[in-house]
Design a binder for this molecule. Structure first.
Ligand SMILES: [Zn+2]
Length: 453
């Protein structure tokens, strides 16, 4: 006899499957999706969970998050980040290799991260490895140890302990990456346009957002992307541009994809929601790099998503202790850059996407399937389909709410989204058939585990 606990049928009028939205029953056995069937086909041994009008989406996958543990757990940590993720409908997180100490640039550091994560995680997770100035020889070991890919910076990452790479250093790493067949995620800004622009702003008022915006010109992204495409053509490694902010790169990226380069592109909810014109002076909670640009730029990024030039949306959830945002001083020059959003990304995206005529299936493509494919976990994560993990978001697309601190479940409850009116509420989140979040709170002990490639 099987217990009702491990055989369940989730019934919804709006199940978001790869083919579209269906009135269906999702049969779950032992944490996996056994099948997606019509209501009349549910075997009698299955316990029914009728979700009524709520939509059922696959658990979201965030391929860009900074959990900062070990070493900077006071910034975030596995327990609080994964709790916040569950509240936001995310069931898989792929952690960035920097901001933690040691950074994930050696196998020893990866093992330290695994120890730190053990028993702490409410959702499943993986860890990107880092490519820094001097670890080219360690990349094969990190690959063998199970990282799904690597991250590097072409500009100073704003923190010590993780070095940027020059073109020469990158060239030394690329044959290893091409051989491994794993993606290289690149922070694509070059230093020289930023340095030149910043020099001219020595005397400027750095409490103004426009000063910060001028200091990170589009050209920094455009020149980095040009360089990366040249290297991609030469080495044929899987190139992934993280957090694209300038829409002016879309034409080049479109052409590169047409050419057949192994290229994927990501942007973030904050670039698709906020606009520079609306950011108040001193409001350093909006500081991130590359910066939030104009309203017109935002609309063109939406076109890039619509066309598929931009493949996916990741949060770049990057918290810090609130003091580091220098909220009293209000200096965009000295404040930490990073926006925390993992609890809110789904309603933020749905608010903007539904207003522009997109459907829940588009959200799933951008926030579940796309990131899962990038991280190589797309045979288990990111879809409601036979054989996949029973990771779900129960979502009410119509309900609206105003963001308060109670909606932020991460360690430091500061956010540029506070006070925003958003559309779409995460009612519950399931990880491998188990309810991990419902009615505004996490449920049960951490059940998440590391996904091995
Ligand atoms: Zn980041």
């Amino acid at each position: 006899m099987e217990s009702a606990g491990n055989v369940q049928a989730f019934i919804s009028k709006r199940v978001v499957v790869p083919q579209g939205i269906q009135d269906a029953a999702v049969l779950v056995e032992d944490g996996r999706i056994l099948d997606v069937v019509s209501r009349s086909q549910i075997p009698s041994r299955f316990a029914i969970r009728d979700l009524g009008d709520y939509a059922l989406l696959p658990g979201l996958v965030d391929s860009h998050i900074h959990m900062n543990e070990p070493g900077r757990t006071e910034w975030e940590g596995f327990r609080t980040a994964t709790r916040a993720a569950a509240a936001g409908g995310y069931t898989t997180l792929i952690d960035m290799p920097l901001n933690c100490l040691p950074p994930t640039t050696t196998v020893a550091a990866l093992e330290a991260k695994r120890r730190a994560a053990s028993g702490q995680c409410h959702v499943d997770w993986m860890a990107w490895g880092g490519v820094v100035c001097d670890n080219q020889e360690r990349l094969a070991e990190l690959t063998a140890a199970g990282v799904p890919g690597f991250k590097c910076f072409l500009i100073h990452p704003g923190i010590d302990g993780f070095t940027m790479v020059t073109e020469q250093e990158l060239r030394a790493a690329l044959p290893h990456l091409a051989r491994a067949g794993l993606p290289l995620l690149v922070h694509a800004e070059l230093p020289s346009p930023v340095e030149a622009a910043t020099q001219k702003l020595e005397q400027a008022d750095w409490t103004k957002y426009t000063t910060y915006l001028q200091s990170r010109p589009d050209e920094a992204e455009l020149s980095a992307i040009q360089l990366l495409l040249t290297l991609c053509r030469e080495f044929r490694f899987r190139l992934h541009i993280v957090h694209l902010s300038t829409s002016r790169a879309l034409e080049t990226l479109r052409a590169a994809k047409r050419e057949g380069l192994p290229l994927s592109v990501e942007t973030c909810p904050h670039y698709l929601h906020f606009a520079a014109e609306e950011i108040p002076d001193r409001a350093t909670l909006f500081k991130c790099a590359p910066p939030i640009r104009s309203r017109e730029n935002r609309e063109t990024l939406w076109q890039g998503l619509n066309e598929g030039v931009i493949d996916l949306v990741a949060t770049d959830h990057s918290p810090c202790p609130p003091e580091m945002k220098l909220l009293h001083e209000g200096s965009f020059r000295n404040a930490w850059g990073g926006i925390s959003s993992v609890s809110l990304a789904l309603p933020v995206m749905w608010t903007e996407a539904s207003r522009r005529g997109f459907a829940l299936g588009d959200i799933v493509r951008w926030m579940a399937e796309g990131p899962a494919k990038l991280a190589g976990c797309h045979s288990r994560k990111g879809r409601i389909a036979k054989g996949f993990d029973a990771d779900f978001v129960v979502f009410c697309p119509e309900e609206q709410f105003t963001v308060t601190e109670n909606h932020l479940h991460y360690r430091h409850r500061v956010s540029p989204y506070l006070g925003e009116r958003l559309r779409g509420v995460v009612q519950a989140t399931y990880l491998r058939g188990n309810c991990i979040f419902a009615d505004g709170a996490c449920i049960g002990e951490p059940r998440g585990s590391e996904l091995q490639r």
